[in-house]
Design a protein around this ligand. Structure first.
Ligand SMILES: [Zn+2]
Length: 168
């Protein structure tokens, strides 16, 4: 039997294309800011990535916490960071655990180590799913959500080479 170009997967994609073209993705769950996290989300709305920084010992921290994990000071301020970093680790998710992700699988969920040393979790855009590798450089971008007006900081691969050097 003659194989069609693209095989079964190609046929499946061709069959699905008209459906996908008219499909509207379900929005992601909206963040629910607290008194401790509100500054992070307000900065994101301004397209600015901020993390807590201890005013006593100057250490950055993320996720938001009341006390500094290094010196236990309760004094801190929101501090803008570069929004650039590397993929520390990642997984590829093939099963949606929430209806909003049904049309997004497979997708990469990555732990990003910012150049300032703190780590954040982000999914990567669909076009980065097959390319993602540990150590690759990433940068933040800001995605406006429909209806509720929330802005999500997310990360995508940079065009720059990875931070590490591979010797052949
Ligand atoms: Zn401290």
């Amino acid at each position: 039997m003659r194989e069609h170009p693209g095989g079964e997967r190609g046929q499946l994609l061709r069959r699905c294309r008209p459906v996908l073209a008219t499909c509207v993705m379900m929005p992601r769950p909206a963040p629910e800011p607290t008194s401790l996290t509100r500054g992070f989300w307000e900065a994101a709305r301004r397209h600015e990535l901020v993390v807590q920084r201890c005013t006593a010992c100057r250490v950055y921290r993320h996720y938001p916490r009341v006390l500094c994990p290094d010196c236990h000071s309760a004094d801190w301020q929101w501090t803008p960071v570069s929004g650039r970093g590397t993929i520390f680790t990642f997984t590829v998710t093939h099963r949606a655990f929430h209806p909003a992700w049904v049309d997004r699988v497979p997708y990469v969920c990555a732990t990003i180590e910012l150049d300032e040393g703190v780590r954040m979790v982000s999914d990567l855009p669909a076009e980065d799913t097959a390319r993602a590798e540990i150590g690759m450089r990433v940068e933040v971008f800001f995605e406006e959500q429909p209806d509720d007006g929330a802005t999500l900081p997310r990360f995508r691969l940079c065009e720059n080479p990875p931070a590490y050097v591979v010797h052949e």
